[in-house]
Design a binder for this molecule. Structure first.
Ligand code: AMP
Ligand code: TRP
Length: 335
């Protein structure tokens, strides 16, 4: 039996942080040998908010290199850039025409991001989830590993696929329904400066997140300054202590210890003892990633060849699905 297929992606907007790593990429890496994997850098999504044309290409390459640095293995996985495969844009248009507008105006992420942009909110931001649905449906993905914040977009993707199949499938499944793959632990890593807000690339404060490429001095500084509370003794799951829960969770995930082990180890610690422990753990988890990143970037032409192969392999699958969709919609074949 052939392996089930996975598809996921990250936007090239700024640096990847521990939330992206623990919520998404680390899970891609861990399960990869069981699946046939496709990981894209979603650079078309990156322009749904104001972006910098001078850095878009470099940021896109940096994310692709980070995928490799985090352990994505080309034996099991294909890495590609979304904008290199025109089928993503084309399927988005076709799906737009069968997606009710109110499905999009109801999306939480749209509402949150639209508020931040005020009057200048672009149509692309509203349409963002349809592009994401196209990313997933083009590859007949069985599972989509993402953080908790993407759950609603996955539900929308399924709704769009159901609607398309119902309207145009003539009893056949043209678009396969994907399942979300969301881990409980790490699915929502919180900001270092406010344990009730998620760690995010768009937070104006650099101190709120640890980036995967932060040097040890920066990591040390950020953890030193992170928000804590005046209570001695550290515990998980206390709703009054969101920062404490978040920092213990980071320690647990990056040290590889179990929740019980961490709970026992930290129950009598003060912040002055715990912070250096966490700092050391974060640095030792990120050092190998940073070294691999440098190696990938230093090998002339390597990343380009990975992305060229990725485009070829992913592009062939995407074209096939797009042709099926167009045929179901009644389009003639190009002459
Ligand atoms: P983005 O940074 O929005 O491109 O997100 C890329 C991936 O990282 C998605 O799967 C998100 O769900 C995940 N992600 C982003 N922020 C966090 C966070 N704070 N905690 C856990 N996962 C996250
Ligand atoms: N919307 C996702 C995010 O911000 C990124 C994304 C775009 C994605 N297309 C995707 C994730 C397809 C999974 C599958 O995190």
């Amino acid at each position: 039996m052939s392996k089930k297929r996975i598809l996921s992606g990250v936007q090239p907007t700024g640096n990847l942080h521990l939330g992206n790593y623990l919520g998404a990429i680390r899970n891609w890496v861990e399960g990869q040998s069981e699946y046939d994997n496709y990981f894209c850098v979603v650079d078309l999504h990156a322009i749904t908010v104001p972006h910098n044309p001078a850095t878009l290409a470099a940021d896109t390459y940096a994310i692709a290199a980070l995928y490799l640095a985090c352990g994505i293995d080309l034996e099991h996985s294909t890495i590609f850039v979304q904008s290199h495969i025109p089928a993503h844009s084309e399927l988005t248009w076709l799906l737009n025409c069968i997606t009710p507008l109110n499905w999009l105006t109801d999306m939480i992420q749209f509402k949150e991001k639209a508020v931040k942009q005020g009057e200048n909110v672009g149509t692309g931001l509203l349409d963002y989830p349809v592009l994401m649905a196209a990313d997933i449906l083009l590859y007949d993905a069985d599972k989509v590993p993402v953080g908790e914040d993407q759950k609603q977009h996955l539900e929308l993707t399924r709704d769009i696929a159901v609607r398309f199949n119902h309207l145009f499938g003539r009893g056949e499944t043209v678009l396969k329904l994907p399942e979300p793959l969301i881990r409980r632990e790490g699915a929502r890593v919180m900001s270092l400066t406010d344990g009730t807000n998620k760690m995010s690339k768009s937070d104006p404060s650099e101190l709120s997140r640890i980036n995967l490429l932060d040097p040890p001095e920066t990591i040390t500084k950020k953890i030193k300054r992170c928000k804590t509370d005046p209570v001695r003794g550290l515990t998980f799951d206390d709703p009054e202590r969101p920062e404490c829960h978040n920092l213990l969770t980071l320690y647990m995930l990056l040290s590889g210890k179990t929740k019980e082990e961490v709970a026992v180890e930290c129950q009598d610690l003060g912040w002055g003892q715990f912070k250096p422990l966490l700092t050391e753990t974060v640095i030792s988890a990120l050092t190998p990633i940073q070294e691999k990143y440098k190696a990938v970037r230093n090998e002339e032409g390597y990343l380009e060849s990975v992305l060229r192969d990725g485009r070829e392999k992913a592009g062939a699958i995407a074209e096939e699905t797009l042709a099926k969709v167009k045929s179901a919609l009644g389009y003639s074949k190009p002459l």
